[in-house]
Every structure is written in structure tokens, then in C-alpha cells.
Ligand binder design. Structure first.
Ligand code: ZN
Length: 241
């Protein structure tokens, strides 16, 4: 043995839950974390199958389809750490996070920076490791989240915040809405070449996430609003679509 620490291979895989949710699994073939486990059962099944040890749960926001499995997982794996947004109230013990915080997952040798991205909800946060962004229900592939307890202005600013990250950033959202989102975008811009290409490419895929921020900047209508008013109108149109 030497003091040299081999660089670990980190894998990021979706665990499908409910109709269209993705619970993100991040692991090194030994230890793992999960993001937004709305349902414990598919997580337990995958952990068993891959013989992974759960180190932590990361929560982006308080909706039931993102936290529904937390208590059951905590009961089954009592040593885990649970991270969640400071602005939300949770009935499970957690380490609360705000904008600019950093968390370290020693088991995976990963650090995440916390970025507050309210709009879908007031307390919504994203986890960013300088390459991958786990943004819950804020930025979707070719779309964005609905406005629940946040505001349009918050969402507009949060999308601006995400847009300023490096273009190579991989975007891991929490739902498979991409095909519907592209159809909506094409209804607004039926001749857009980038959208047509994205539609063609996506139609061959079952799992369309992650995308890259670069691709979102080129094709996502919600990232191309020049004012809050335009964004509001677009969000309303999509709500009725
Ligand atoms: Zn949500």
C-alpha cells in the first residue's frame, strides 16, 4: 500500500419511481447517496442488487414525490445523514442547507455546493459538484418546474442563476418530461433547427436525462426569456398546454 489514493470512478444512475420521477443514485460501486427518494422501495431494491451502502440522502425540496421515502430509508439505514433545504420544514431529522453552503460526502470524496433556486417552491435548492447539477423540479430538460409556493420572479431569477454556470454542466432534473417539453417548445417555434434535432434525438431514448446546460441554453424556451413578463406568459401558456 502506498499513500496514493486512486481516483474513484463515480457513477450517476437514475432510479425510476412513480410515473416519471428520477431518484438520482451516485455511487462508487461500494458507497452511495440518493437524491430525492420519493419512494423507498425502488431505492432499497437497487441498493441490495448492487450491494451498495447508503451514506446520505440529499433533498432538493419538500414535495411528497421527493421525500416520501426518507423516513423508511432512515429506519432501515439509521446511520445515514440527511440534507435538506433550510427554508423548508421537515418531520425527519436533517442537516439544513442554505445558499453557499458546502457539504462533503467522504465516502465518495465528493463536495457539493448548495445553490438556492426558489420558484417551484420557496425553499428549493440544487446540489452542484462543479460538473453536475442536481436541480430537482426547477430546470427540466427543455422546460422548467411549475410555480407552487414560490413566485414567477423567483423562478425567473433561479433560471438565470443556473444559466450562468459553465455550459458543460450536466443537468440532472427529477422528472422525465422531456418529450412533452420539446413538443411544447416546437409548438412555439416549429421551424427551430436545434429543437427539431433535439426532438429527433430524444425520440429514440427512453431516459433523456441528463442534458447539458449548453443544450438547454440552445433549446429551452424558459432559458431564453428576455424579461420577467415574457417568462410569466410562457409559464402560463405551458400550464395550459
Ligand atoms: Zn416538486
Amino acid at each position: 500500500m502506498t499513500g496514493y489514493k486512486e481516483k474513484q470512478f463515480i457513477k450517476i444512475e437514475p432510479i425510476e419511481a412513480f410515473q416519471d420521477n428520477y431518484i438520482w443514485l451516485i455511487h462508487n460501486d461500494q458507497n452511495c447517496i440518493v437524491i430525492d427518494p420519493g419512494d423507498a422501495n425502488p431505492v432499497i431494491e437497487v441498493l441490495k442488487r448492487k450491494s451498495l451502502s447508503l451514506a446520505a440522502i440529499l433533498i432538493t425540496h419538500h414535495h411528497a414525490d421527493h421525500i416520501g421515502g426518507v423516513s423508511q430509508l432512515h429506519k432501515k439505514y439509521p446511520d445515514i445523514t440527511i440534507y435538506a433545504p433550510e427554508k423548508d420544514k421537515y418531520d425527519f431529522v436533517n442537516i439544513s442547507l442554505k445558499n453557499g453552503d458546502e457539504i462533503n460526502i467522504p465516502e465518495l470524496q465528493i463536495n457539493y455546493k448548495i445553490i438556492e433556486i426558489p420558484g417551484h417552491t420557496q425553499g428549493h435548492i440544487a446540489y452542484y459538484d462543479m460538473k453536475n447539477l442536481f436541480c430537482g423540479d426547477t430546470l427540466f430538460a427543455c422546460g422548467c418546474g411549475r410555480i407552487f409556493d414560490g413566485t414567477h420572479e423567483q423562478m425567473y431569477n433561479s433560471l438565470k442563476k443556473i444559466s450562468a454556470l459553465p455550459k458543460e454542466t450536466k443537468v440532472y432534473c427529477a422528472h422525465e418530461y422531456t418529450k412533452k417539453n420539446i413538443a411544447f417548445a416546437l409548438s412555439l417555434k416549429p421551424h427551430d433547427m436545434n429543437l427539431k434535432l433535439r426532438s429527433e434525438f430524444t425520440s429514440k431514448l427512453k431516459i433523456t436525462v441528463p442534458s447539458s446546460l449548453d443544450e438547454e441554453l440552445r433549446t429551452n424556451p424558459f432559458l431564453n426569456c428576455d424579461s420577467l413578463e415574457t417568462f410569466k406568459k410562457l409559464r402560463d401558456l405551458k400550464d395550459q398546454y
